[in-house]
Design a protein around this ligand. Structure first.
Ligand code: ZN
Length: 466
């Protein structure tokens, strides 16, 4: 290691407590691995600050010494944005895990960025409220990561993406400048809304350190049903009926294509409430306040769908335990995807009306690459967001690349989005031009250069900047 670099690292070490700095050789493997099995190289060192001031000082030193930094939350990202690359300092925010305030009357929570989503959900629930963001990785993912990636999840149809839940944000810029934006106002048109720059920009413009989040009343009633449909037009009809009759009570509308459902049900081992011969399975969740009759309304809506022939079969949960069981096949999507490894994974948005046609065309295009190439499809259909996991046969030479090229080329024809909720990171970077224009990409680079002139924050994620 060059003398300059080792003295810079010594400076950084001096800014932290003993547990806040870990030498390269001592960094545990868990900091370097993602859920898809990718393993990164060891970083220059690992730093684990406990507060905003430490983050600010560490970044100021990195800025001064031109040390690139990889920013890490709960490591559940799916696009390799959170893993260090060669020559980077790893900045983990896991020790910044304090819930500072839950203001039940004001409907606001103030937290440090390293708070685990599930921890916040539970604390807020204990206060009689709800933080509505929810996704499969809830037990590990952190609020800072949720904000930096503008996480979506299972309740977007009702509460929006993470962006809609952020009221105020504190951010540290690349040179250590702290932007104090923890203002508790829903309405605050005082010039450019700077926090929006950092929501969903994957840590390339600044490091989110604290957030003020929007809380909602806890629904007193929650109703969950699993439905089977024999065609895509029927699925669309059920969505229309749910929107019409459940209106704001509709919290989730998830769809699983048959091939996904069969594998997930076998893996979940929670029984087969509806048999596995239907082409589509729809998971509907509705929630509302006491006396709103959410359960009865859902039942009536689905009864209507059955009578119209839009649904072939329905199972409605009669208890919390049954609801969990019905959700299980949808929840274990990562594990289900693993059953057909090696794979290529996609997280796309496209018009709901064209999803079925897209999936058919994709299946044909992939089979043309190799007869064993097939794809599992599921996702947040109500949001226009599908997840696809394609099996890449070993026999297919440069298989993953070919499957990705084929899928994105088709998606571009449908004017879809190459990333609905997972972000771009490293692994989706080459696909980004399918969804964004050259002018948009140039504007992203302009912002990056303005806020991080030395290019030290998460370099190479989203876009390359000279
Ligand atoms: Zn998802």
């Amino acid at each position: 290691m060059a003398r300059d670099l080792s003295s810079a690292l010594a400076t950084i070490r001096s800014l932290l407590d003993p547990a806040g700095f870990v030498e390269a050789a001592e960094v545990e493997e868990r900091y370097l691995a993602d859920v898809r099995g990718f393993l990164a190289q060891a970083p220059l060192a690992l730093v684990r600050p406990t507060g905003t001031e430490q983050v600010s000082k560490v970044l100021a030193a990195c800025h001064e010494h031109d040390i690139p930094v990889a920013v890490q939350g709960g490591r559940t990202g799916l696009v390799q944005g959170q893993l260090p690359r060669t020559g980077e300092l790893l900045l983990s925010l896991e020790r910044m895990n304090r819930i500072e305030c839950i203001d039940a009357d004001g409907g606001l929570a103030t937290v440090q960025c390293g708070v685990v989503l599930q921890t916040l959900q539970e604390q807020v629930e204990a206060a009689g409220l709800m933080f509505p963001l929810d996704l499969g990785a809830r037990g590990s993912c952190t609020i800072g990561g949720n904000i930096s990636t503008n996480a979506g999840g299972n309740r977007v149809i009702r509460y929006g993406m993470t962006r809609e839940l952020v009221v105020g944000l504190e951010v540290v810029l690349a040179d250590g400048t702290v932007l104090e934006g923890l203002t508790p106002y829903l309405k605050n048109n005082t010039g450019i809304d700077l926090k929006q720059l950092f929501i969903g920009s994957e840590g390339v413009l600044g490091v989110v350190t604290r957030a003020m989040l929007r809380l909602y009343p806890q629904p007193a009633e929650r109703a969950v049903a699993l439905c089977a449909a024999d065609g895509f037009a029927q699925v669309q009809r059920v969505l229309a009926l749910c929107r019409q009759h459940l209106a704001g009570a509709l919290t989730s509308f998830e769809v699983m294509w048959q091939m996904y459902y069969r594998r997930a049900v076998a893996l979940a081992d929670t029984g087969e409430p509806l048999g596995t011969d239907h082409p589509f399975y729809v998971l509907v969740e509705a929630s509302g306040s006491a006396g709103a009759g959410v359960h009865a309304t859902l039942e009536r809506t689905l009864q209507l769908a059955l009578e119209e022939g839009a649904l072939a079969d329905v199972a409605i949960a009669q208890s919390h335990a049954q609801a969990e069981k019905l959700w299980k096949p949808r929840e274990i999507s990562v594990e289900t995807g693993r059953t057909i490894r090696p794979t290529a994974s996609f997280d796309i948005s496209l018009p709901i009306a064209r999803m079925d046609e897209f999936v058919y065309e994709l299946q044909d295009a992939l089979r043309a690459l190799h007869a064993d190439c097939h794809v599992l499809v599921f996702g947040h259909l109500g949001d226009g967001n599908l997840h696809l996991v394609a099996h890449v046969p070993e026999a297919l030479g440069r298989g993953k690349e070919e499957v990705e090229r084929t899928t994105y080329a088709l998606l571009q024809r449908y004017r879809g989005s190459v990333s609905a909720e997972h972000g771009i990171g490293i692994s989706k970077r080459d696909a980004l031009p399918c969804s964004r224009t050259p002018a948009e990409l140039a504007t992203m680079r302009t912002l990056k250069r303005a806020l991080d002139p030395r290019g030290i924050l998460n370099p190479g994620r989203i876009v390359e900047v000279d």
